[in-house]
Design a protein around this ligand. Structure first.
Ligand SMILES: O=C(O)C1=C[C@@H](OP(=O)(O)O)[C@@H](O)[C@H](O)C1
Ligand SMILES: C=C(OP(=O)(O)O)C(=O)O
Length: 446
């Protein structure tokens, strides 16, 4: 746990530029695809954070050369052409959902592999069952659980991925389907993936299919809901020596929100070019609140113009990582906000609906919860009263997004005199995806 951080409100409208970190989802997909490809490849503008270090370390444990240059934001990967060198390894996935799901499926490509896998305490509760059951039923691996069946830790004994039909339940996480999609082209024969039921966070499936194509494999079908047919026996190959990672669209949501919270304008570098990440559509929700976005070359400029009346009612299933960015600022709205389609986020870094509801209630807000939604009835008088005498401490539940979203709320000059009123417990949990988040905020304050 890192020391608590008191957020200093902005007393003047913000002006400046933000260089966002590289996308977590793209960096970790590109690491898997580059590791499986035939050539060597350099990732540029890559993310350096807990989640990408976990992925890079795991690939090294498998005998794949991965060298990182953090200052230059590049990662060099020498692809193994689909043949994982080390038949045995211990793999630690921390609390990185992408590493947990993507590596589990990738390891099954190795015939005769024995891999012991574990994660952090929160990861030991996150859903893996849909993926593991699909791999075992298909004959790609056997699994020996060392704790609760269906969860980390476990040992995988891997067989290579046979062709045929593979049906998967990805209702708990789209990462389960993305993981199988990335290994399917390398199966031993023609393989068709089908989805049993629906998946969540659907744009991430589009990202996976688009990146598979960038790495030289044309998906046979056109559908992004399945079935997904692959001819098998394929090899990944990226046609250029460098792959440039987009800035992280979820990270952008915080700094897209900031001018609305405190006034002013912020240039979000390279964000106009974002094409693979659905989370960029969060700015349309900000538009409903009165935020305004301009394009300046490859940059997006977020501007404060007005605060529209009322709250927001929106299904966040497709962009659920951004729901916390909106939920945290609801006390500043003057009408109720309902965020739905987020049941699956109860099984992510923490139970995110419960975490946000608990912290907003501490701030005097009335919050109604259902299994898959939350409604916040804002109470401005209550938040002022609750923080009048001393700053209120926000618990972050080892969830980077709880820390960052309340960091933006705390930047608002609530008492009109620049007095700090919010403290973030364990702010360094933002290292999962955006290690310098609070430094960027401080630098903008000037
Ligand atoms: O594939 C990905 O890169 C991700 C998919 C989503 O997960 P779920 O499908 O579990 O929501 C998202 O929440 C996560 O941050 C990244
Ligand atoms: C849900 C998230 O992460 P993960 O990749 O661990 O699922 C997230 O970053 O909000």
């Amino acid at each position: 746990m890192s020391e608590a951080l008191t957020i200093q409100p902005f007393t003047r409208p913000v002006r400046g530029r933000v260089t966002l970190p590289g996308s977590k989802s793209i960096t970790n997909r590109a690491l898997i695809l580059a590791a499986l490809s035939q050539e060597s490849l350099t990732l540029e503008a890559a993310l350096f954070s807990d989640d990408t270090r976990i992925m890079a370390n795991a690939l090294r444990a498998l005998g794949i050369t991965v060298s990182e240059d953090e200052a230059g934001k590049t990662i060099f990967v020498n692809g193994c052409g689909g043949s994982i060198p080390n038949p045995e390894a211990e793999i630690y996935v921390g609390n990185a959902g992408t590493a947990a799901r993507f590596l589990t499926a990738m390891l099954c490509l190795r015939e005769g592999g024995v891999y012991r896998m574990d994660g952090s305490a929160p990861m030991r509760k996150r859903p893996m069952r849909g993926l593991l059951d699909a791999l075992v039923t298909h004959g790609a691996a056997t699994v020996e659980y060392h704790g609760e069946p269906g969860f980390f830790p476990f040992t995988l004994r891997t067989n290579g991925v046979p062709g045929g039909e593979l049906s998967v339940d990805a209702s708990a996480s789209s990462q389960i389907l993305s993981a199988l999609l990335m290994v399917a082209p390398l199966a031993k024969g023609p393989l068709t993936l089908t989805l049993a039921g629906e998946t969540v966070s659907h744009p991430f499936i589009g990202m996976t299919l688009a990146m598979i194509e960038q790495f030289g494999i044309q998906p046979q079908g056109k559908s992004d809901t399945g079935p997904f047919p692959f001819t098998g026996g394929g090899r990944y190959y990226y046609p250029r020596p460098a792959y440039v990672v987009e800035p992280d669209a979820t990270a952008a949501s915080y700094y897209a929100m900031l001018p609305w919270v405190i006034g002013g304008s912020l240039t979000l570098e390279r964000c106009y070019g974002i094409g693979l990440q659905g989370d960029i559509h969060f700015i349309e929700i900000l538009g409903q609140l009165g935020a305004f976005f301009n394009v300046d070359g490859a940059d997006l400029v977020a501007e404060f113009r007005e605060r529209k009346q009322g709250g927001v009612t929106e299904d966040f299933n497709a962009i659920s990582d951004t729901f916390l960015t909106l939920a945290a600022i609801t006390p500043l709205l003057d009408g109720p906000t309902t965020i739905s389609g987020i049941a699956h986020t109860r099984h992510q870094e923490t139970d995110r609906i419960a975490a946000m509801a608990t912290e907003l209630r501490k701030l005097g807000q009335r919050v109604d919860e259902t299994d898959d939604s939350m409604t916040v009835h804002p109470d401005f008088t209550a938040i002022v009263a609750k923080t009048k005498d001393s700053p209120l401490a926000i618990d972050t539940y080892e969830d980077h997004r709880v820390a960052m979203s309340f960091g933006i709320l705390g930047s608002h000059d609530l008492h009109g005199d620049g007095r700090p009123w919010l403290t973030i417990n364990d702010p360094n949990c933002c290292a999962k995806t955006f290690p310098n988040f609070f430094d960027v905020l401080k630098a903008l304050r000037g």
